[in-house]
Design a protein around this ligand. Structure first.
Ligand code: NAP
Length: 206
């Protein structure tokens, strides 16, 4: 297949909240795979989570905007927030292809733990034909885990990056806030200020 003119990363996640692990992963993917830009797409209504389990889409969107504002290669999309119904990756990838036209190669970047569940995603065969995947691995996760669990037709579409900063996790940040522990240096200061200003995560569920 001929090389496309532009290579865009779609950084998919709930981002509840966004943290330095996500930002380091996106920048590492951009650099390693020569992406022209990375578009962060906060999930609107994740199919595998109940709406009471996650923070409001607008809070998650605004925290993502605050976190990415200083990187000229990063953008944030409201696509999944403004679409009704569950947020399926196949619908998102198709909308990006429609919006940008044929000369775009798409790379769906997300956590390895999410990609391990890809066989349960909607229309997975169509999805793997429309984009490549970049799996961000947390320390301790090896490439061999993917090849043991997923079929070859899928693993051949998965690239991977090892991201030591993914020792940081959204779950840990939420737990720290409930327990009154510091979150400084785990996420951008503007996001930290936003969380405290709006008292997000101070009681569960959010
Ligand atoms: P999740 O289950 O909350 O997260 C799974 C793991 O991956 C967590 O350890 C998470 O860490 C990490 N992670 C999530 N997004 C990441 C990212 N962009 N970069 C690095 N690590 C990341 O997964 P999720 O965030 O809800 O979903 C991930 C993506 O998969 C979303 O775009 C979602 O729409 C898509 N997805 C699609 C379908 C479908 O189409 N049917 C089903 C499931 C998921 P943190 O908690 O620290 O973020």
């Amino acid at each position: 297949m001929a090389n496309k003119a532009y290579r865009y990363g779609i950084m998919g996640g709930t981002f509840d909240p966004i943290h330095y692990g996500h930002l380091v992963a996106a920048e590492a993917a951009r650099s390693k795979f020569n992406l022209d830009k990375v578009i962060f797409v906060p999930s609107g209504r994740p199919p595998h989570k109940s709406s009471t389990e996650i923070t409001s889409p607008e809070h998650r969107y605004l925290m993502t905007v605050l976190a990415t504002i200083t990187n000229k290669y990063f953008e944030v999309s409201r696509l999944e927030l403004d679409r009704s119904g569950y947020s399926y990756a196949i619908d998102t990838v198709r909308q990006f292809h429609q919006h940008y036209g044929a000369d775009i190669e798409l790379f769906f970047i997300t956590g390895i733990d999410a990609i391990m569940e890809i066989l349960t995603w909607k229309q997975v065969d169509e999805l793997i034909s429309e984009c490549q995947f970049i799996a961000a691995t947390r320390p301790g996760y090896g490439d061999q885990d993917v090849t043991k669990i997923l079929p070859e037709k899928i693993t051949k579409k998965i690239l991977s990056i090892s991201v030591p900063a993914l020792a940081i996790s959204s779950t840990d940040i939420r737990n720290r806030i409930i327990s009154n522990e510091p979150i400084k240096y785990l996420l951008p200061e503007q996001v930290e200020d936003y969380i405290y200003k709006h008292k997000i995560y101070h009681t569960a569920p959010y």
